[in-house]
Structure formats: structure tokens, C-alpha cells
Ligand binder design. Structure first.
Ligand SMILES: [Zn+2]
Length: 251
């Protein structure tokens, strides 16, 4: 997500988004032994790799970092982007490096072949930085298409969107649901989701960008993330990166 670009909000785009959401390219029935929580960081800013990772690690948890190689080292609306050193430290500490395309383009507005090239380019850049080949993908801006969902490389176990909801029961692994950990009502909604998910043994995915005491409009305050992880612990959640959580699904 960047401040410079916002996906289209016209009626046709809204209808297309709704149809895409119901076009389940990888239907799955998810069930877990315990409620699950994944904390994910998109793009991602250096503060997510530093303050964000340290906070997760203090709770014995690890996160998923959806990296856009084109944003590495670049200054953006959420602060400075990650570095290759951040990737190495995150991998060594057991965090997951996911894919978020290299260009961070709106995947709903370009052809599938260009996006597939972009995904390969991102994988190659992340491999050069010391990450393993990503097994989890997140669509920039949450924007995708039925064609892209059907043609995602099989090396991805999942792709994440930005539509809120619990991942349990009938699920589409090519567009996992996720709650923003930012915005006017963001944290209240994810706390509510945790309570519901605890009862249903569901999987909650949260997504954010920067983590600091004074975050951007797309970032999370460190004390709020801390409170969320405390609440998850109280409610008996297992906190794992996205692919590790998916590997805990009951057959
Ligand atoms: Zn993004």
C-alpha cells in the first residue's frame, strides 16, 4: 500500500471485486485444533523488521513479511523500506518472508503474464537477499482477478487479500481473509474477531505496515500490537507465520 495510489472505487470495480472474491480458485475446508493468529507486514517498512519483529519475538511469536523487492531501501509513506540485512535477520529468527510482487502494481489492472513475471522477479531478488523461495503471497492493495487467482504459481501455498473475515470452514486459499491492524476502527474490529475466532477455533490474519509509537495511517502502534498479542495469548491462540499456520490445518 502506498499513499500515492488507491485502487478504483467506481461501481464496475466494486462489482468486479465482489465477483472475484467469490471466484474460489483454491477452495479448502479449514479446521484447526486451536484458534490461530498470524501477524503479517506488507511491503515492508524497516520498522516492521525491527520494532515489529522484536515485539513478536518477546511473545514467542513469529510473523510473515510480504516483501516487495522494489520497495527495499526506498523511502515510502510508511517510512524507509527493509534492507537485505533485515531479510537475513528475520529468516535467522524464524520469521517467514512472503511475496508481494516486486513492482507493487495493482494486479487487477494488468495482464496475468506481467504479474507472473513480476512474481518471478521478486522471488529472484529475495533469493539474492538470502530468503528462501516464498510460499505465501499477498496481493498489493488486495487487488486481484479470477484469472490471476487460477494461475498463481503452485509454489505458493496461499495468497492473502485484504477483505476482513475468519479463515475457517469453506475458505479460498487463493484469497485468504485478513483484518487491517490500523485505521479508525481497525484494532477494535480485530479484537472482536479474536473473540469470535476463539470460540470457532478459526484462523485470524492481521496485516499492517510500519510499527512504531507514531505510525503512519497504514501502520500500528507498538503498544496496540503488544495488547493484541497479550489478548491472543489469554484466549489460547497459537501465533504462527501464515504458511506454518496453514500446515497446522487438520486434514
Ligand atoms: Zn502493499
Amino acid at each position: 500500500m502506498t499513499a500515492a495510489y488507491a485502487p478504483r472505487r467506481d461501481l464496475v470495480s466494486k462489482v468486479r471485486r465482489r465477483l472475484t472474491q467469490h471466484d474460489a480458485a483454491r477452495p479448502a475446508t479449514l479446521a484447526f485444533e486451536q484458534p490461530m493468529l498470524s501477524i503479517t507486514f506488507d511491503d515492508f517498512p524497516a520498522t516492521a523488521a525491527n520494532a515489529g519483529a522484536r515485539l513478536l519475538e518477546r511473545h514467542g511469536a513469529r510473523g510473515t513479511y510480504y516483501a516487495a523487492a522494489g520497495m527495499a531501501g526506498a523511502e515510502g509513506p510508511c517510512g524507509a523500506g527493509y534492507s537485505a540485512d533485515d531479510i537475513v535477520r528475520l529468516v535467522d529468527a524464524g520469521h517467514e518472508i512472503g511475496c508481494h510482487t516486486s513492482s507493487h502494481a495493482d494486479c487487477a489492472r494488468r495482464d496475468v503474464f506481467s504479474t507472473l513475471e513480476d512474481l518471478a522477479h521478486n522471488r529472484d531478488a529475495l533469493l539474492r537477499m538470502g530468503a528462501p523461495s516464498p510460499r505465501a503471497h499477498a496481493f498489493p492493495y488486495g487487488e486481484t482477478s479470477g484469472a490471476l487467482k487460477r494461475n498463481l504459481p503452485p509454489r505458493f501455498m496461499s495468497a492473502r487479500g485484504i477483505l476482513p473475515g475468519l479463515n475457517v470452514g469453506h475458505t479460498d486459499l487463493s484469497q485468504l481473509r485478513a483484518y487491517p491492524l490500523f485505521g479508525p476502527d481497525g484494532m477494535r474490529r480485530v479484537f472482536d474477531a479474536l473473540k469470535k475466532a476463539a470460540k470457532r477455533k478459526a484462523w485470524v490474519i492481521g496485516f499492517t505496515h510500519d510499527v512504531s509509537d507514531a505510525p503512519s495511517a497504514w501502520g500500528t502502534r507498538a503498544d496496540e500490537l503488544d495488547a493484541l498479542l497479550q489478548e491472543a495469548h489469554q484466549l489460547g491462540f497459537v501465533v504462527l507465520p501464515v504458511t506454518a499456520a496453514l500446515e497446522r490445518r487438520l486434514a
